[in-house]
Design a binder for this molecule. Structure first.
Ligand code: IVH
Length: 693
């Protein structure tokens, strides 16, 4: 594709690129930080490739912050941040043999020869970087955003196969180096842990990778220990003396005491990779751990150096990702389920089938149009896959096997829960139940309220909640907090021990942070991050409730749609206001979010460009810890802009709006002496400043 100059970018393309950047950033966050991906890897890859293609064609759209230029995204967590000495890069992907050939063609062109390759399994776990000094394990860190990860040293020490000390034929290996590899959970361990979690009503891990990530990011390292994680290592920086290839490096790692995967193959120059890749693909499910592909790496380290890396991935390696596993099964029924906002979703109930490591029996069909487009009918044989080993989907119907008497799917006219008439507005794909008293919606709202990002009440799964409702123990969500052990004993199958554990779990969450509380209310458009922003800005429920619509709109990061939604919710006497009243009456006390008092209270600071002393996230953390807020865009509300190297449009905006601009050096000096404000910085917005000041 020929690149096109900046001025020629059509508006739709620019819009699509910006939309893709936003969507990918959100999915990166869900995947890397929350370990809760919402879309299969295959779908993510497709979006990623679309953006890459647009950027290839219109290079002016390839911004520095684009997800194609970064590895993930980082956010505040309880773990200390650590900067990697060498960035932890990602890998370029190939999903077809042709793409593998293209990769090898590029190598040939650049190197003038066909290099030997090493094939390794692509483990589906969590990347870690371990620092050793004079043979002693000093630190373990996650990948994080590739530049900065989290210090998980205490947990890493609880992974049995990770050596605390390494040596070479009895000798200590001197000097400092970082070893990289993947921590994973064996398949059998996942099964056992999920059985145990299911028995006590805890949410199950979707797959080995999520389980490994969740287990490594525990605050209590004894929990990590109980998860029986394992690891394989494949890289070391700097390279040990005398090691000249990836193949030798793997042997060296193994000799000094690291677990190294024995499934590795040296492909001599020019030898085709197809048979090897196909062979590994077919044996995938016989392995005791999950893999999602094969990594091909140029063997010789000097050639790796010659090829180098771009900001995201090395040019000397490629990950061949296995095509998503597909299985056939039969559609038994098509049910419709009602969500917490009343959206009605058709769901295919299938003969249970094992796909990519777990049993699938229910698959969302999204909406009426999607069912029609694929023409999925009861009785059909369908092909199901779990592209990212997470969310299953129906790929297509096997039309040749369709029963002769099958009938096309019709969306029901009435809500399956409350029988109210369903509505589908013109131009909308979603069908809704708009009855505010619909019991199914109430149940979904309850499920949301107790979910992990919200009040995070353990042992309170959908089954328990619906039993509580059926027994008449919950007339509103507030009643949850008033339940006694004796009340719970009325539930079928509930023993005294479980009842007291559930009561304890509920009580433990009676004092949520204001952010979690706001998120738990299920206000339309208000996700975790927005709830947190509101909590930080207003500090207390009272202050937020007393705020005028304009004050909410004025919060950095909250637009008009969000503000209107929150304001309307809080003042709806039969909806939000009533719900809050019930929760407070049940004894829930949202904790006034500490507005960190500090010398920068009332200041909103935007950081842009590349900083050298700290990452963007660390700079924002520093701002917050001094009492200020950070924002993403420059407006009249901005108190100062910190401009690192190659700052672009934000710098121009700050100059136009007369927002004071600080260099990185000025910013660092100010952090050192936060009471000494740089010239021009005040907590008053730019448009209220006296131009003569
Ligand atoms: S090499 C700079 N080798 O895949 C090279 N990565 O998609 C970086 N992974 O972050 C990685 N098995 O978490 C490499 N044998 C292997 C791997 C492997 C799994 C993971 C690793 C990496 C991710 C990139």
């Amino acid at each position: 594709m020929t690149p096109v100059s900046g001025s020629a970018v059509p508006k739709e393309v620019r819009g699509r690129a910006s939309e893709l950047r936003e969507v990918l950033a959100r999915h990166n966050y869900l995947y890397y930080v929350l370990d809760q991906p919402e879309i299969p890897d295959g779908d993510y890859d497709q979006l990623f490739r679309e953006l890459e293609q647009i950027e290839d064609q219109y290079p002016s759209l390839r911004t520095k912050g684009s997800p194609t230029q970064r590895v993930g995204s980082s956010r505040a967590t309880p773990f200390r941040k650590v900067r990697h000495l060498v960035p932890m890069r990602s890998l370029a992907n190939a999903v077809t043999f042709e793409e593998v050939d293209l990769f090898r063609g590029r190598l040939r062109r650049v190197l003038g020869e066909d290099p030997d390759l090493v094939a390794e399994l692509k483990m589906d776990g969590l990347a870690v970087s371990l620092t050793y000094r004079d043979g002693e394990l000093l630190q373990g860190a996650t990948r994080g955003d590739g530049d900065t990860g989290e210090d998980i040293s205490a947990n890493v020490r609880e992974v049995a196969s990770i050596p605390q000390r390494i040596g070479h034929a009895g000798d200590v290996v001197f000097g400092s180096f970082e070893v990289r590899g993947e921590v994973y959970m064996p398949k059998l361990v996942l099964e056992q842990i999920n059985r145990e979690r299911g028995a006590v009503g805890l949410e199950l891990y979707a797959n080995c990778r999520n389980a490994a990530a969740g287990s490594l990011r525990q605050l209590d390292s004894q929990v990590t220990r109980s998860r029986r994680l394992a690891a394989f290592f494949y890289a070391c920086d700097p390279h040990p003396a005398g090691v000249i290839g990836q193949w030798d490096l793997l042997s060296w790692l193994s000799e000094v005491g690291f677990p190294v995967n024995a499934e590795r193959v040296l492909l001599p120059e020019g030898r085709g990779a197809e048979a090897l890749l196909e062979g590994l693909h077919s044996r995938r499910h016989l392995l005791p751990y999950e893999i999602d592909g094969v990594v091909l790496k140029v063997n010789r380290l000097n050639l790796q150096d010659e090829l180098g890396s771009d900001s995201r991935a090395p040019r000397w390696a490629i990950a061949y990702k296995f095509p998503p596993e597909e299985r056939e099964t039969t559609v038994r029924r098509i049910e419709v389920s009602v969500g917490r906002t009343g959206a009605v979703t058709p769901v295919a109930v299938l003969d249970p089938v094992l796909v990519a490591g777990s049993t699938v029996s229910h698959v969302t069909l999204h909406n009426e149009d999607q069912v029609r487009a694929k023409d999925i009918r009861v009785g059909d044989r369908v092909v199901v896959r779990k592209a990212g080993d997470v969310i299953p989907e129906v790929v297509r119907v096997v039309l040749g096997d369709r029963p002769p008497d099958s009938v096309a799917f019709e969306m029901p006219r009435r809500c399956p829960s409350c029988q109210a008439e369903l509505l589908r507005e013109d131009g909308e794909a979603v069908t809704r139940c708009v009855n505010p008293l619909c019991p199914a919606q109430a149940q979904r709202r309850l499920e949301h309220m107790v979910s992990r990002g919200a009040l995070d009440i353990d042992r309170c799964g959908p089954a328990v909640l619906s039993q509580l409702t059926a027994e008449g123990l919950l007339s509103g969500p507030g009643d949850l907090f008033l339940l006694s052990i004796d009340d719970l004993l009325a539930l079928p199958g509930m023993g005294r021990r479980s009842a007291s554990q559930l009561v304890a779990a509920i009580r433990a969450r009676r004092r949520p942070s204001l952010g979690r509380f706001l998120y738990s209310l299920g206000i339309r458009h208000i996700g975790e991050r927005t709830a947190q922003l509101l909590a930080e800005h207003f500090g207390s429920l009272e202050a937020l409730t007393a705020a005028q619509l304009e004050e909410i709109t004025a919060v950095p990061g909250i637009g008009e749609v969000l503000a209107t939604s929150v304001h309307r919710f809080l003042h709806d006497e039969e909806g939000g206001a009533l719900l809050i009243h019930q929760l407070l009456a049940g004894g829930v006390e949202p904790q006034a979010q500490e507005r960190i008092e500090g010398p920068w209270a009332g200041l909103t600071i935007v950081v842009t460009g590349t900083l050298t002393a700290r990452s963007r996230a660390e700079a924002e953390q520093a701002i917050r810890s001094l009492g200020g807020s950070s924002a993403n865009s420059v407006s009249r509300k901005t108190s100062a802009l910190v401009a690192g190297a190659s700052a672009g449009s934000k710098l121009a905006a700050a100059e136009r709006l007369r927002v004071p601009v600080l260099s990185e050096e000025q910013f660092e000096t100010w952090i050192e002496s936060p009471d000494e404000f740089p010239a021009g910085v005040t907590s008053r917005p730019a448009d209220m400043r006296d131009p003569t000041e």
